[in-house]
Design a protein around this ligand. Structure first.
Ligand SMILES: *[C@@H]1O[C@H](CO)[C@@H](O)[C@H](O)[C@H]1NC(C)=O
Length: 265
């Protein structure tokens, strides 16, 4: 083509095409929470994006909405006889990628017991937004346990790596909101983890052959799923029947207590 004709040809091309839309700030197809959760293609693109701006260009407004009352499929919910926790991490809520934070809500029923555990990659700030919870943590060897009773709108902090636990001493439901300084804080239940080691290791560590008259193997199967039910005294006071063998048959969905939607308000 003669060079002088090039601008005309380009103009003709532009005119014949549909009016160029302004570049969309995000892909125009709508995604909901459940299609962005666990979406490895999206997660990979977000992880590889060179800047925060590039990450935003990959996300729709609805990708930024996470519903703790109706979380996506996957491992968001941990349910035991005493209640449940619901988490949002970078896999379940990919909009967290690059933000450095994540969150868990805990719906702890009467006498519910969030069993002792560690978050290997983050401290935790923990606010009670409904009811009352007792909390306890031990940060490391050689220091005392720190215990508190939190009422509504009261907060504590569990240092990174501290073994911590919280339980509801009342006959009314409690709800906590836990913030993490990691998109993927991780969680490890302390007792369940110990009992996953070899039988010989557990026997040597505990210095016993049996527990509660049962072999280590039998005892391991009796450990409750988180969120468990707490002490007999509370159960009796609140007139709650504890399933003696929660792992045999498994807890029913939501346990005897699951969060009323009003608890989320
Ligand atoms: C998302 O998935 C959860 C769990 O499977 C389900 O309860 C919820 O209704 C789904 N939400 C949408 C918007 O499809």
């Amino acid at each position: 083509m003669h060079p002088s004709l090039l601008p005309i040809a380009l103009y003709a091309l532009a005119a014949s095409a549909a009016p160029a839309p302004a570049p969309a700030p995000y892909p125009l197809h709508r995604r909901d929470q459940n299609s962005s959760a666990n979406n490895q293609a999206l997660i990979s693109a977000l992880e590889l994006a060179p800047t925060a701006k590039d990450r935003l260009a990959l996300l729709t407004p609805s990708d930024f909405l996470y519903d703790f009352a109706s979380p996506p499929p996957g491992d968001a919910i941990t349910t035991g006889l005493g209640g449940r926790t619901v988490k949002a991490d970078s896999k379940l809520f990919p909009a967290l990628i690059g933000t450095g934070v994540s969150m868990t809500l805990g719906f702890i029923g009467p006498c519910g017991f969030n069993t002792p555990h560690v978050h290997p990659r983050s401290s935790q700030i923990n606010v009670v937004v409904e009811g009352q919870l007792k909390t306890q943590f031990i940060a490391e060897n050689g220091v005392d346990a720190v215990e508190n009773t939190l009422g509504k709108w009261q907060m504590t902090v569990f240092p990174q790596g501290a073994v911590h636990t919280e339980w509801n001493p009342t006959c009314d439901p409690a709800v906590f909101v836990a913030g993490f300084a990691s998109e993927d804080p991780g969680v490890q239940q302390s007792t369940q983890t110990l009992f996953k080691l070899d039988d010989d290791v557990v026997r040597a560590e505990l210095g016993v052959e049996t527990l509660n008259g049962e072999s280590i193997e039998q005892f391991r199967d009796q450990l409750p799923e988180n969120v468990a039910l707490f002490v007999e005294e509370c159960l009796a006071r609140c007139d709650i029947e504890a399933d003696p063998a929660p792992n045999q048959g498994g807890p029913s969905e939501g346990g005897p207590w699951s969060a009323p939607s009003s608890a989320l308000a």
